[in-house]
Each structure stands twice: as C-alpha cells, then as structure tokens.
Write a protein that binds this ligand. Structure first.
Ligand SMILES: Cc1ncc(COP(=O)(O)O)c(C=O)c1O
Length: 450
C-alpha cells in the first residue's frame, strides 16, 4: 500500500503528521480526506484553528459535544489537576469520591426519580448498558421472557451491536451481519409532505406512536423489554418529534409494562435549553442514556440514568454479591469525573442552558431565513439544533451536502452532514453575532452551489 506522505511544516513540525496512511479514520471517507486533509491544531471558545493557522467557526460543537465551547479554563484546570492528583482508580469493588459526586450532580439534574447513574465511556456504551439493564431488570422481576428490544427507523444509537441493532440507519447495519436477534423497529417520524419547514415540533405525526400497539399485538407485551428512541433524532438529520408523539409513546409503554429509554447522548446537557429533553418535553422515561455534553466533550464519558425502582430491583440478595455483572475498566474514570464536575459548574455558573433557551428563537429565525435558497427542500430546528435538507443530485446521493460541507470549511465554518442534510449544533456559549456569521456563511455557500 502506498503511504500518503505529508511534508513537515517548517516551524511546527509536531503539528503535521509524516504519514496519513496508518490511521484508519472512523465514519470518514479516508481516501478523500487523505488527499486533502482537514487537520485541526487548536481550539478556543467558538473557534478551531487549523494546522495552516485558519480560524474555523465551530457550528457543530465538535461532534455535538463541546457545549461549553473549547478550552474552557475551568475545565482544563480541573482535568490537569486530576491527572496529577489521582490518575486512575479501579472501577470494580473500589471507588473515588468524584465518581459519587458526579453521579449525584447528574441525578439532581434529571427530573423525577431518575436517581441512579451508571458511568460508561461513550454514548454507544451507554446504549448497550441501558439495553442490558432493561433485559436484566425484567429477569430480576421474574419476567425473563421480556427480552425483545424495539428501536426506530432512522434512529442512531451508536455502533455497539446493541445500539446498531436497535438503530435504524441502513448503512450502519447492512455490513455487519444479522445483528441482535429479537429486535423490531417503529416507523420514523419524518413526514416532509406534511411537516416541511416546521418551526420546532411539527404538527403531524403523533399517531405514529400507535405503531407500538401494532408491534405489541404482533409480539405480545410479555416478550418486549424496552423501547429506545432519541427524543430528537439528531444524527439521522434532525427529526424533531411531532407534537404529542413522545407522550403517547410513554403511555403505551406504561400500559404494557415496557421500559422506555430516551437516548439523550446529544439532547442532554443543554442542547434544547433544558437539562434534558425529558424536561423539555415533560415526558419521563425509565432510563436515559447520555454522553457528549456530560464532559463538554473534553474527556470521553457516557452515562445511563435509571429510575429508582429499576436500581432498587437489583439491590436484593446477599449483600456481598455483585448485583449487575456489567461495567468498564474506565467507568467513572477520575479524569472524566473531574471534567464532568467542572463542565456542570460552567454550565450553571455561566447560565449556558438558559443562553441556549434564550437564543433558540433567534437561531430558528436565522435558519428559516435560508428558505428559498437553491436546492433547500426543508429546514428543521429545535433548541440550538438546526438542519438544512438539500435536494440530492440525481444519481449522486450525499454529494450536494458534502460539497457544501467542504465549501463551508473553506469559508471558515464547520458544519456536519448526513445524507443530503446539513446539521448544526453550535456550542451553547454562542451569541447572536456568531449565529449571524453561521447563517451568513451558509447563505454564501448555498448560493454558490445554486
Ligand atoms: C443518540 C446517540 N446515541 C449514541 C451515540 C453514540 O455515541 P458515541 O459516538 O459516543 O459512542 C450518538 C453519537 O452521536 C448519538 O447521537
């Protein structure tokens, strides 16, 4: 295999790799990237700096995660101090105070009796953990036949075998064999013919939750452990739930003794201007998965938040027995806990969730001003999330949006694309001036594409 050589920079040789070939990049068109690399060297506040020294406005909070902006001094200091004080503590049969402190803080942010927190290292691990807890919970209660998991078309729940199986994006599934047995899917909620250009929650589609009744009739409730959905399906291109949909799903799950899991890996920690989507929509599930904003993306960490009744169901049997045979070497890692505690402090002290809420209307107006630009077939938004759906180039799906991504990057703006959809989710530290910049640059990009 030929290597992809890259010349060393004259002054800052440590910033440029010699050889781009060995790194097999995730969810990336490796050959395209390595032919014209987009390498970031630094980040501060709302901006990245590239290895060439260009400033890039971060329209995606990294990957939907850097909610406090980049390089926040308080978070940086907490991570540095923690590395010096306690680098690692065994996660099994041992602990360290910050894991308990962070669990208590996260539980306090989650409403109702979502009181117990299980730490993981990613959203994918949080999802697989929640699915395992759901199945084991029913077994603990003597309902071991409840093993079936229900996801949703177009859902994204990470890349573990559990998350992939309940996920509903064909490209993420079709290469990997039969996946988990006993999984079914609800229909997605995207109804462009009725809901295109909706502001916030679309009016049509609550009835799609009733499809769960059909699946219950097919499989019988006694075989179903849990339903998992993203309250707002983000990675598939921002599908905002129709008004009343989540509430209906909650009612049907409760009626049949099925656990409801909200995957809040993106929507947690302020993205909608609330602690969690749970609070935003006023619908309380049984388990919440989260990650990303938990540490503002600084140190990998995920979590499952469980209702008290679920935790209590496991706390039986001899006291010296392990109650749940599950966990990760790095569950509750000290660096992640320190980062998480600092991130939660920053969110509260700087009122970042309130900022997101206060700006969400301005954001919505800025996004919807793009209506009428070439090839824009839909605009969707909620909180500080936005999506621009473009008409695909005939025979070349994804190309139009990817070209827009490249042009935006050239203009100093980072966006994210999925299919022919441009997704936006800036750090929650954003202000009106930078919102104007994002939509101004996107207007130029879309006009040039016309
Ligand atoms: C809803 C949802 N669940 C799970 C994941 C997977 O998280 P990770 O990439 O940290 O494994 C993501 C990532 O974007 C996500 O959006």
């Amino acid at each position: 295999m030929p290597a992809s050589p890259m010349p060393r920079a004259r002054t800052e040789s440590h910033r440029l790799p010699n050889d781009l070939a060995p790194y097999w990049m995730p969810f990336t068109s490796n050959r395209q990237f390595k032919s014209a690399p987009r390498l970031l060297a630094g980040a501060e506040g709302l901006y990245y700096t590239t290895v060439e020294g260009r400033r890039i406005l971060d329209g995606t909070a990294g990957l939907w995660c850097c909610n406090a902006g980049h390089g926040h001094p308080k978070i940086v200091a907490a991570i540095q101090a923690q590395a010096a004080e306690l680098d690692y503590a065994p996660a099994f049969q041992m602990g360290h105070p910050k894991a308990f402190d962070l669990a208590a803080r996260v539980a306090a942010l989650a409403p109702g009796d979502l009181d117990h927190v299980f730490f993981t290292n990613s959203g994918s691990e949080a999802v697989d953990t929640a699915l395992k807890i759901a199945i084991a919970y029913h077994r603990q209660r003597g309902e071991g036949t409840r093993t079936r998991l229900i996801g949703r078309e177009r859902g994204y729940h990470g890349v573990g075998f559990g998350g992939m199986s309940v996920g509903g994006i064909a490209t993420n599934r079709k290469f990997f064999g039969p996946l988990l047995a006993g999984v079914d899917h609800l229909p997605h909620t995207h109804l462009p013919e009725k809901n295109a250009f909706s502001r916030g929650e679309p009016a049509h589609g609550a009835h799609l939750a009733d499809e769960l009744e059909r699946l219950v009739a097919l499989h019988d409730a006694s075989t179903i452990a849990a339903v998992i959905v993203e309250p707002v399906a983000c990675s598939t291109g921002v599908l905002v739930p129709p008004k009343g949909y989540l509430k209906r799903l909650r009612e049907i799950c409760s009626k049949h003794g099925i656990l409801l899991i909200f995957d809040e890996v993106i929507t947690g920690f302020g993205r909608l201007g609330a602690n969690f989507a749970v609070e935003y929509f006023g619908v309380v599930p049984d388990l919440v998965t989260t990650a990303k904003g938990l540490t503002s993306g600084t140190v990998p960490m995920g979590a499952v938040i469980a209702r008290k009744g679920i935790y209590d169901t496991f706390m039986t049997g001899p006291e010296n027995a392990i109650e749940l045979f599950h966990g990760y070497t790095y569950s509750g890692h000290p660096l992640a806990c320190a980062a998480g505690l600092a991130a939660l402090d920053v969110y509260a002290e700087e009122g970042l969730f309130e900022n997101a809420r206060a700006l969400s209307r301005y954001w919505e107006d800025g996004l919807h001003a793009l209506k009428g630009l070439p090839h824009v077939v839909d605009l969707r938004n909620i909180g500080l999330i936005g999506a621009i759906e473009l008409e695909a180039i005939p025979g070349q799906p994804t190309k139009r949006a990817f070209d827009a991504f490249l042009r935006a990057y050239d203009k100093g703006l980072l966006v994210r694309t999925t299919g022919d959809i441009i997704a936006l989710s800036p750090p929650l530290t954003i202000g009106k001036a930078e919102i104007d910049l994002i939509f101004g640059r996107l207007t130029e990009v879309l006009k040039a594409a016309g």
